[in-house]
Ligand binder design. Structure first.
Ligand SMILES: [Zn+2]
Length: 318
């Protein structure tokens, strides 16, 4: 009898164990990837007035700064990094050597350590650019010349791919009357994180958009950093069809005399059904993604009437 009891007990325990294993197998716990649980990719369109500065912070804390606004915004950009406890930038990008993009970089380099510097590789004669190049040399920051196909791996699967310039000495040399070769050869980057993607176009205009579409580089992106502050010479209807953005960010200043953003560009974005955000009206804009969905938060929410209203270009008479 005693033997039977022991056997029965063993059988019972075995049955429970098998049952539990079976239950666990048929009811797998959903184990989300770490970034889905709490970590997020954050991208900030910093409020630098007339210029560009975008900060990317990956789920595990790698940081990239694309442009640093005009000289007068340098302190603000440096403060934005400090506020987020960023002591070193993994990558600092100068999309092109104009002052409204590199002007603030001196303050940034003096405030935080910079590990790598990505440049469009265009030789440009300005005191500002030369000073920046000197500072990069003095600080022994690694200098990288952007070239199509170059890819930077951050963490958690966040990747940044260079789409322009093509490299190998191929430059856009012909631009529209009044256009700029430096703008046309802007560093264009596409960030991907799981199913999320964002395109950073610097001050690229139609010529660059056409070249990229022709070359077949991946352009699809949920969020588009609108080229050249919303200039009427950038963001063509065809380009919007290729990118198919859900949202677009325009970085420009309240009192710019360039007419940024242009009514024509806003109309093209509206026709394409894109949600538009503008730093001139909203201040700082934050994009957050878990690799699947994304959210956009702005410091201020303007009226729809103001949002779709372009600015007027002031023409100086000689
Ligand atoms: Zn610019």
């Amino acid at each position: 009898m005693r033997v039977l009891k022991v056997l029965f007990a063993i059988a019972l325990v075995a049955a429970v164990v098998v049952g539990v294993i079976y239950w666990l197998r048929t009811h797998p716990r959903e184990t989300p990837a770490p970034f889905v649980a709490e970590r997020r990719l954050r991208i900030y369109a910093l409020d630098v007035g007339q210029g560009d500065s975008f900060l990317i912070v990956s789920p595990e804390g790698k940081s990239v700064l694309i442009d640093a606004g005009p000289p007068q915004a340098g302190g603000k950009v440096a403060a934005a990094l400090q506020a987020r406890k960023i002591k070193s930038l993994d990558l600092l990008v100068a999309t092109h050597p104009h002052a409204d993009h590199i002007g603030g970089m001196k303050s940034v380099i003096e405030t935080v350590a910079v590990k790598n510097f990505l440049d469009s590789g265009q030789i440009f004669a300005s005191d500002e650019y030369e000073r920046l190049m000197r500072a990069i040399k003095e600080k022994r920051i690694k200098f990288i010349e952007a070239k199509k196909g170059m890819t930077f791996d951050l963490d958690s699967g966040v990747r940044i791919e260079v789409l322009n310039p093509p490299g190998n000495g191929q430059w856009i040399t012909k631009v529209r009357p009044g256009g700029s070769v430096e703008n046309a050869n802007s560093v264009v980057l596409r960030l991907t994180y799981g199913g999320f993607s964002m395109l950073f176009t610097g001050d690229a205009e139609f010529e660059t958009e056409a070249l990229m579409m022709k070359s077949g580089v991946p352009l699809r992106a949920q969020v588009l950093k609108v080229g050249h502050h919303g200039s009427r010479h950038a963001t063509s209807g065809k380009f919007l069809e290729a990118v198919k953005p859900e949202a677009a960010i325009i970085s420009c200043g309240e009192d710019n005399r360039y007419g940024h953003p242009a009514q024509l560009t806003l109309d093209r974005l509206r026709k394409a059904g894109v949600n538009v955000y503008r730093t001139d009206l909203s201040g700082e804009i934050e994009i957050i993604s878990d690799g699947k969905k994304f959210e956009i938060h702005a410091a201020r929410n303007p009226s729809l009437a103001a949002l779709w209203q372009g600015r007027i270009e002031l023409i100086e008479l000689p």
